[in-house]
Design a protein around this ligand. Structure first.
Ligand code: NAD
Ligand code: WQD
Length: 336
């Protein structure tokens, strides 16, 4: 069964390609390397023993996209990761974010319609919830006004998919990821932030290895037990496995509705200081950090209610925080 993985050389995509291959799927990747490196392809092969098919083009270019689907009309399912994802950058470059994140999705759905491809898994984000009124946050929680163009692209994308599924014979599952961290146990694939990382985990590992001088902890005056902000960190391999289950659910016609949305998190919230403590324990390094002011736009605390995913998808995150921080560290060491 042939699955298209857009953005399959990126952080979450590469881990998902490995899990799909290990579950017997044939994978074709489309990635324009705007935020990844071609070496990832070989490293996927080193892990799975199979080199996935790969094409390099920009999915937001309608003609290139249509040409690809004409040549690959036997694709049975699509996992759509390809997007820009830096919240701050999206405020500076909103048009680039709308073109890439909305334009690529539009092109994909047009080709799903033309070539009668019925199954789409979409990368959504807990960012759609903003600061939820109730925790843990369920999929039924109201969508809050987006704080960035990036966040807005995820909200709009969910609506676009819902409208498409209503009008056409197709199925979709949107997975709302919480905070993916960590790397594959082989340390052959992981997160490759180009430039200065925005996210906590790569900033921690780059500081520990000496690329960055010091981690700034953004705020210790939140209304949380230790004052630092709380997130639901999830191991990227657990997240990757959720995609395989979502694909199987669609292929086996197990969906209860043509468009389903699931939270993909662990259900546990950890503070920034708890992540640092776990990292210091597993890496056996002291981390140079200081407390600074809050970062604009950050929510105070969010973690997932995972009951729907656990009960309905039959998926549950298995890896704990220490395994996440250790694998992130081993990945950083391997990059040397
Ligand atoms: P990533 O940047 O590592 O991977 C995205 C990949 O898509 C990259 O390899 C990039 O080169 C490719 N790409 C981007 N635009 C493209 C285009 N127009 N045509 C072809 N390829 C293109 O990001 P990631 O962390 O793996 O995230 C994957 C998806 O998950 C994104 O949609 C992101 O918004 C979403 N998401 C990520 C997080 C997170 O914290 N990492 C959280 C929630 C949701
Ligand atoms: C985590 C915590 C920071 C860096 C972002 C996107 C979200 C989703 C996941 C895609 C926060 C703190 C961070 C640092 C710090 N992505 N921090 N010092 O902000 O929860 O979510 O990625 O959909 O949409 O907004 O993740 O890793 O940036 O931050 O103290 O140098 O670490 O304040 O509390 P975030 P993050």
């Amino acid at each position: 069964m042939k699955i298209l993985v857009t953005g399959g050389l990126g952080y979450i995509g590469s881990h998902t390609v490995v899990e799909l291959q290990q579950s017997g799927y044939e994978v074709i990747i489309v990635d324009n390397l705007s935020n990844s490196r071609i070496e990832v392809l070989e490293n996927i092969e080193k892990i799975s023993g199979v080199k996935p098919n790969y094409e390099n083009f920009d999915l937001s270019e309608a003609n290139l996209c249509a040409d690809f689907f004409r040549r690959n009309a036997d694709i049975e399912g699509i996992i759509h990761f390809a997007a820009y994802k830096a919240v701050g950058e999206s405020v500076e470059k909103p048009l680039e974010y709308y073109k890439n994140n909305i334009g690529s999705l539009l092109n994909i759905m047009e080709n799903m319609r033309s070539f009668k491809i019925e199954n789409l898994v979409f990368s959504s984000s807990c960012t759609v919830y903003g600061q939820p009124d109730e925790l843990p946050v369920t999929e039924r929680a109201p969508i809050k006004e987006a704080l960035s163009p990036y966040g807005y692209t995820k909200q709009v994308a969910e609506v676009m998919i819902s409208d498409f599924i209503y009008a056409h014979p197709a199925n979709s599952i949107a997975l709302r990821y919480f905070n993916p961290i960590g790397a594959h146990k082989t340390a052959l694939i992981g997160e490759l932030p180009l430039g200065v990382p925005n996210n906590l985990m790569p900033f921690i590992t780059q500081t520990a290895i000496g690329i960055r001088e010091q981690l700034s902890v953004f705020g210790d005056d939140y209304n949380t037990p230790d004052g630092t902000a709380i997130r639901d960190y999830i191991h990227v391999v657990d997240l990757a496995k959720a995609h395989v289950i979502a694909v199987e659910r669609m292929m086996n016609k197990k969906q209860k509705a043509a468009f389903e949305i699931f939270n993909i998190g662990t259900g546990n919230g950890y503070s920034v200081l708890e992540v640092i403590q776990s990292f210091e324990k597993t890496s056996k390094r002291k981390l140079n950090y200081k407390i600074v002011a809050r970062r604009e736009g950050d929510v105070e605390q969010v973690w997932a209610d995972t009951n729907f995913a656990n009960n309905e998808l039959g998926w549950k995150a298995e890896k704990g925080l220490d395994e996440m921080t250790l694998s992130a560290w081993n990945w950083q060491l391997s990059l040397k």
